[in-house]
Write a protein that binds this ligand. Structure first.
Ligand code: PEP
Ligand code: MG
Length: 330
């Protein structure tokens, strides 16, 4: 079994019916890089930058961030790295951010609904400028994309893009080498507002990435970290699946690439459904890549599509699970 999974690393992630599915890894800590290399992932679909800020005593400056990002980008060679700007929020704490007087860590009565992600960055643009600059410089070392977290409004993307382009112009003027052309800028779709407006948002970005961890939480009003409502927190709830389906359709209509990077991207039982919903790019925990690839290689698109149609017609989570189970057994 281990050997079989090791062998998979070098095999393509093409379906039995021929379609290529992009399988990438999520990176939460730099220590995961060797694991990602071993997994056979085709790049990093989500680099969470929060680790740079967690437990930091001082804010990481542009130079510190550049060291980390350029190290990862170089290590990935020709494979792309999608770097998400700081998604500070809710349950996470940062001494560094608190020290310089940024709220969003304890001031909000309901942090998940408070100043987090892009909201915090736009409130403190210097933070976003330093991060954009570090990422733009790292992009000179390889293939990079940039993701904005917790978007609910097209206006947030517009302002972030203005800052992005201004930072790029400043670096160029100074003769500093940056990614050329500028790395694509994308938005996380992880709130119901963003999912329902995905077509509009897609017109303002170069790609979309569906974050089902938060999308599930906000759609079902069930905290992703709460044991009390763990049984309600279910990404297979028909409401969540309907949203995912709508986002994929909207992205295709706007001819913008769309990927999915929540935990369900790494669940091989759910892979046929996600492919059937139209996704061609999934980003997951590195250790999940071989098993998901196995499912991709043994599935036919037509069967996945039929499964997705049947799943979307169901109204009960139990019936959806049963359909996935049956698909696996056949
Ligand atoms: C998500 O919300 O699904 C996501 C990928 O982001 P995070 O888990 O970092 O909130
Ligand atoms: Mg999220």
């Amino acid at each position: 079994e281990r050997q079989e999974l090791g062998r998979l690393r070098r095999l393509s992630s093409r379906m039995a019916s021929g379609e290529k599915i992009q399988l990438q890894a999520n990176l939460e800590l730099p220590g995961e890089l060797p694991l990602i290399a071993q997994s056979g992932a085709a790049g990093i679909g989500l680099l969470r930058t929060e680790f740079l800020f967690i437990n930091a005593e001082t804010l990481p400056d542009e130079a510190t961030q550049y060291e980390v990002y350029s190290g990862v980008v170089s290590a990935m060679g020709s494979d792309p790295t999608t770097i998400r700007v700081l998604d500070w929020g809710g349950e996470k704490q940062s001494d560094a951010l608190a020290q310089v007087g940024f709220s969003g860590d304890g001031e909000d009565e309901n942090p998940a609904l408070g100043l987090r992600g892009i909201r915090l960055l736009l409130r403190h643009p210097a933070l976003l400028e330093a991060q954009f600059a570090a990422i733009l410089r790292a992009a000179a070392k390889g293939s990079v994309q940039i993701l904005l977290p917790m978007v609910t409004l097209a206006g947030e993307i517009v302002v972030a893009r203005e800052i992005y382009e201004r930072v790029a112009r400043r670096l160029k003027r100074k003769g500093i080498e940056i990614g050329d052309p500028l790395p694509p800028l994308g938005a996380m779709i992880e709130t119901p507002a963003a999912a329902l407006m995905a077509g509009t948002l897609a017109r303002h970005v170069d790609f979309l990435a569906i974050g089902t961890n938060d999308l599930t939480m906000y759609t079902l009003a069930a905290d992703r970290a709460s044991a009390e409502v763990a049984s309600l927190y279910d990404p297979l709830h028909p409401a969540v699946l309907t949203m995912i389906s709508g986002v994929v359709t909207a992205a295709l209509h706007e001819r913008k690439p769309v990927s999915l990077c929540g935990e369900i991207a790494g669940d091989p039982r759910i892979t046929p459904l996600l492919i059937g919903l139209g996704l061609r790019s999934l980003s997951m925990t590195a250790s999940a890549v071989p098993r998901v690839k196995q499912v991709v290689r043994s599935s036919r698109y037509e069967d996945c599509h039929r499964l997705a149609r049947r799943v979307l017609a169901e109204t009960e989570k139990e019936d959806i699970r049963r359909l996935l189970e049956e698909f696996r057994e056949n």
